[in-house]
Design a protein around this ligand. Structure first.
Ligand code: HCB
Length: 224
């Protein structure tokens, strides 16, 4: 039964049908399907299919925009359900999140932020098209533990390096861990630019953020 529901969810994204996506998300909540399951097994595969078809020239920008709209409609229902999971947890750390300069993709970043919040992190989302300096200013203001930088375009990936450089310039690099992600980003790229970690999806981002908090605590505890 959930398989059919997941297929319908995927199709609602491919069709760019916000009302159907929203209805299916509401049905999932009513039927007790885990919201993360609905997102990762239902709606996100739809986004991947759209990306593939766009890449092959079978879908066009307006189609991709309609699909993003459908994804947002589903997230509007599932986001509050995910966030409920985090209400009783102790504060796990402070994260500043954003999508790099020149890039307006936000769905994955929002999902990462939601899951981090659901796991006790206090998340400040700077939005999209964010330059390195803005990350550094907010990280200083909030005394952030982690900066999470998203990039979905091969052309904007390099701006993740710019965020790290801005943190170095602001004298914050030793106290702020950096995690990077986004469809074209790889572990190798993360290492190349000197990030502290790479996460392939939102759940891995939570595991990585926890790991970075442990590493941070260890480095503080080490004698000088
Ligand atoms: Co966009 N787009 N797009 N797009 N888009 C991609 C990314 C392509 C791969 C599609 C393709 O060609 N196959 C492609 C990029 C090619 C490339 O660079 N190699 C592309 C292109 C080309 C473009 C435009 C240039 C198209 C044009 O104008 N001609 C344009 C660029 C605009 C700009 O940014 N300046 C554009 C525009 C759009 C929109 C506006 C229509 C829409 C975005 C709407 C929005 O976000 N509000 C859009 C969409 C929806 C996509 C696809 C179809 C889906 C992206 C998505 O939401 N995925 C995407 C295809 C794809 O990625 N396969 C396509 C679902 C989320 C859940 O996954 O990977 O974003 P995610 O996030 C994961 C993961 O990466 C990780 O966790 C997340 C959750 O699991 N993660 C992190 C992400 N950030 C992290 C940060 C961390 O610290 C840790 C983990």
């Amino acid at each position: 039964m959930p398989d059919q529901t997941f297929c319908a969810m995927q199709q609602s994204i491919i069709d760019g049908a916000p009302d159907t996506a929203s209805d299916l998300a509401q049905r999932a909540v009513a039927e007790g399907i885990e919201p993360l399951d609905a997102i990762t097994n239902g709606f996100v595969p739809g986004m991947h299919a759209v990306g593939e078809q766009f890449g092959q020239g079978k879908m066009f920008l307006p189609d991709m925009m309609a699909s993003a709209e459908a994804m947002r409609a589903a997230m509007a229902v599932l986001d509050p359900e995910l966030k409920k999971l985090g209400t009783e947890r102790p504060m796990a750390g402070v994260v500043v999140l954003g999508t790099t300069k020149g890039d307006i993709h936000e769905i994955g970043k929002i999902l990462v932020g939601t899951l981090l919040s659901a796991h006790g992190f206090r998340v400040h989302d700077l939005g999209v098209d964010v330059g390195g300096e803005k990350f550094a200013v907010k990280a200083r203001e909030l005394n952030a533990d982690i900066v999470g930088v998203s990039a979905l375009l091969t052309t904007t990936m390099r701006n993740q390096r710019g965020v790290i450089e801005a943190l170095v310039k602001a004298g914050l690099r030793s106290q702020v861990k950096v995690m990077v992600g986004g469809a074209p980003v790889t572990r190798q790229w993360a290492e190349e630019i000197g990030a502290d970690g790479y996460a392939k999806d939102a759940m891995s981002a939570v595991a990585l953020a926890r790991n970075l908090m442990e590493r941070k605590a260890q480095s503080v505890a080490e004698p000088v």
